[in-house]
Design a protein around this ligand. Structure first.
Ligand code: MRU
Length: 365
C-alpha cells in the first residue's frame, strides 16, 4: 500500500505493531524518497530480509523491529510445552540476530525478549506470548521517550539559527519517533526554532541524501545535501556550528561506531574546532566491549558501491571492492555523548558508568 506523499514524514510510524493483522509495519526505506510505501510483514524471513536489506534501518529501529518480529513469530509457535516452545523461540531469535552485526540494539532488544521467556518459564505458554507482546510494545514506547530526552539534552547545546552537519540518518526514520541525532532539530522546530542543516550524502547507500534530507525537508527544515567530500569545505566556510551524529555501538571507553565516513567527519571537526556530538541511547552503549577496535564491523556486498545507484555499472568488472558499513571514531574526537540520562564528556569510562548508575536508579534497582 502506498502512503500519502503529501503528508509530513513525521506523521508516519517508522516501526509499529499491527495487532489485528499480526504484522510488523514499516516504511520501506529503500523506496525513499521516491515513494512512501508501507509494508506489513508477518513472516520471520520477510522481517529478516527487511532488516538485512535496510528496508528498516538505524540502530534503534532495528531493535524495535526485531522485538516485534520475534514476538510475532513466537505467537505462531504451536508447542505448549515450555522446552519445545523455547527451542522454537530461540531459533527465531538467532535468525533475526544474524541479520546485521554492528548495531548492538538488535541484540539488546532480542535479549530483552528472551529474558521475558526465561523469567516466566513456570507460566503457561499462552501467557508468555502475552508478556512478549507487552515487552515488544514497551521497547517501542521506550524508544519514543528516550529519543525525546536525547533531543531535549541536545537542544541545550545549540541555538536558534545554528548550522548543523549530520552524517547518515539518525533521525525519525532510524527510530520510532524524533530520532537521536536529528531529535534536537525536530524538537527545536516544534519550539519555533530554525536551523540550517547540512546532510552528508553518505556513500554508498545514501542515507543522508535520501533519508535525512527527505525527513528534514519534509518537516520544513532548511536542508542542504552535500557530497561526503564537501564536508571540509562547508566547515571551513564557517557554516557549521555543531555536528550531530548517531551511532550503532559505543564501547565502554567512549569510542563510537557509526556509519562509514563518520570518523572522517570527526577528524575534520577537530581540525576546525567544531563540537562533534554523538547521540546514543543507553541501548546503543555496550559496556561489555572495552574498545572500539573490538566492535564487529559489517561488510556489505560490492554491488552497493559499483552498481546500485548507476544506470550502468560504473567500476570495471572484476575490480576489488571494500565496503565496510561502519567505522569507529576514537573517544578523543568526541566532544560529548548525549544519552537519555544526560550528557557525558571525557573521561568517558567514568561518565558512561555514571549514566548506567542513573539508569539503574531510575528503574529502582
Ligand atoms: O546502515 P544503517 O542505515 O542502519 O546505519 C545507520 C547509522 O549508522 C545510524 O547513524 C545509527 O544506526 C544511529 S540511528 C539513530
Amino acid at each position: 500500500m502506498a502512503g500519502d506523499k503529501t503528508k509530513n514524514i513525521m506523521h508516519y510510524d517508522t516501526v509499529n505493531l499491527d495487532d489485528e493483522k499480526n504484522a510488523l509495519v514499516i516504511i520501506d526505506q529503500t523506496q525513499l524518497p521516491g515513494r512512501v510505501e508501507i509494508l506489513h510483514l508477518t513472516e520471520l524471513e520477510d522481517i529478516f530480509e527487511a532488516i538485512y536489506l535496510l528496508k528498516v534501518r538505524g540502530a534503534p529501529a532495528i531493535g524495535v523491529a526485531a522485538a516485534i518480529g520475534v514476538y510475532l513469530t513466537a505467537k505462531k509457535i504451536k508447542q505448549e510445552n515450555f522446552d519445545a516452545f523455547y527451542a522454537e523461540f530461540k531459533k527465531a531469535k538467532d535468525r533475526l540476530a544474524a541479520s546485521r552485526p554492528t548495531a548492538v540494539n538488535l541484540f539488546w532488544a532480542l535479549d530483552r525478549m528472551e529474558k521475558v521467556v526465561l523469567d516466566n518459564k513456570d507460566k503457561p505458554v499462552e501467557q508468555i506470548k502475552k508478556l512478549l507482546h507487552d515487552e515488544a510494545v514497551e521497547i517501542r514506547e521506550e524508544d519514543i521517550r528516550v529519543c525525546r530526552a536525547i533531543g531535549e539534552y541536545g537542544l541545550t547545546l545549540i541555538k536558534d539559527g545554528d548550522g548543523i552537519l549530520t552524517h547518515c540518518n539518525a533521525g525519525q526514520l532510524a527510530t520510532v519517533k524524533y530520532g537521536t541525532a536529528l531529535a534536537p532539530i525536530h524538537l527545536g522546530v516544534e519550539k519555533g526554532m530554525n536551523f540550517k542543516v547540512f546532510t552528508d550524502e553518505t556513500r554508498p547507500l545514501l542515507q543522508g541524501a535520501r533519508l535525512s534530507a527527505f525527513e528534514l525537508h519534509s518537516n520544513g527544515v532548511d536542508t542542504t545535501v552535500i557530497c561526503d567530500n564537501m564536508a571540509s569545505q562547508v566547515m571551513k566556510n564557517g557554516w557549521v556550528q555543531a555536528i550531530f551524529v548517531g551511532c550503532d555501538r559505543v564501547a565502554a571507553n567512549g569510542d563510537v561506531c557509526n556509519k562509514i565516513g563518520t570518523s572522517a567527519v570527526a577528524i575534520l571537526a577537530k581540525h576546525y574546532g567544531i563540537p562533534f556530538y554523538v547521540c546514543a541511547p543507553t541501548s546503543t552503549i555496550d559496556m561489555e566491549i572495552a574498545h572500539g577496535d573490538d566492535i564487529p564491523i559489517e561488510e556489505r556486498p560490492p554491488h552497493e558501491v559499483t552498481e546500485m545507484w548507476y544506470k550502468e555499472r560504473m567500476a570495471p568488472k572484476g575490480v576489488k571492492v571494500y565496503n565496510p558499513a561502519f567505522d569507529v571514531s576514537e573517544n578523543q574526537l568526541v566532544t560529548a555523548i548525549i544519552t537519555e540520562f544526560g550528557i557525558v564528556r571525557a573521561p568517558y569510562a567514568e561518565g558512561l558508568k555514571e549514566i548506567f548508575r542513573k539508569k539503574a536508579e531510575a528503574a529502582g534497582k
